[in-house]
Design a protein around this ligand. Structure first.
Ligand code: SAH
Ligand code: MG
Length: 192
């Protein structure tokens, strides 16, 4: 679809880390196969993944949170271009300040990589009993499973936090996780 191409190009030109093809294809197939209808996304960026998820089925409803105003505005414009404003509710706010009452079939965590445990702990109460939490970028460009010691302090910090998150998921007593080596590394987490 041409309009999706335009969003992809904008993301590339402006260094916005939208999901890559393999990852987004996996996510949208998962949504289709599991008949997922109600989605919460943490980290909208310019709305690309939210739009792709909404296009899977016309009964899908998405709440998505973005703290960066410029990205939020771009996302809003993109969502309107697709006439999806009735099905995608985008909130301009830091996710840690957002309190939701609803529960979701899928919570997609794709925001600040160093805060994944906190996002998980905050929003797990909004997950349906049979719901799933999907986390993106667990391999962080190959660095989590590779050599990252020569990188900047900032990158090293992120990689260590992601490793902590992976251990947190592996050792979790309440949830079980399947790690999938697709795209930039995806985790699929469900209640035990
Ligand atoms: N899901 C998008 C990409 C998201 S990139 C896609 O694939 O199309 C990650 C986004 O999360 C960034 O735009 C960043 O501003 C946002 N973000 C990071 N931490 C956040 C927080 N605490 N609350 C809300 N948004 C956050
Ligand atoms: Mg991502």
């Amino acid at each position: 679809m041409v309009r999706l191409r335009i969003i992809e190009d904008y993301a590339y030109e402006n260094n916005i880390p939208i999901m890559e093809k393999e990852g987004i294809d996996f996510l949208t197939n998962y949504i289709k196969e599991h008949n997922i209808k109600h989605i919460l996304e943490i980290g909208s960026a310019i709305g690309y993944s939210a739009i792709k998820m909404a296009l899977v089925d016309s009964n899908i409803k998405i709440t998505t949170i973005e703290r960066d105003e410029k990205r939020y505005k771009e996302a809003l414009k993109n969502i309107k271009d697709f006439n999806l404003e009735d099905r995608i509710n985008i909130i301009l706010e830091d996710a840690f300040n957002v309190d939701l009452e609803e529960s979701f079939d899928l919570i997609f965590i794709d925001a600040a990589k160093s805060q994944y445990i906190k996002f998980f702990e905050k929003f797990k109460k909004n997950l349906n009993l049979n719901g799933v939490i999907i986390s993106d970028n667990l391999d962080f460009h190959g660095l989590v499973n590779g050599d990252y010691e020569t990188y900047s302090r900032n990158v090293k910090g992120i990689v260590r936090k992601l490793k902590n998150y992976i251990n947190f998921l592996k050792e979790n007593e309440e949830f079980k996780t399947e790690f999938i080596n697709i795209g930039d590394g995806i985790a699929i987490t469900k209640r035990k």
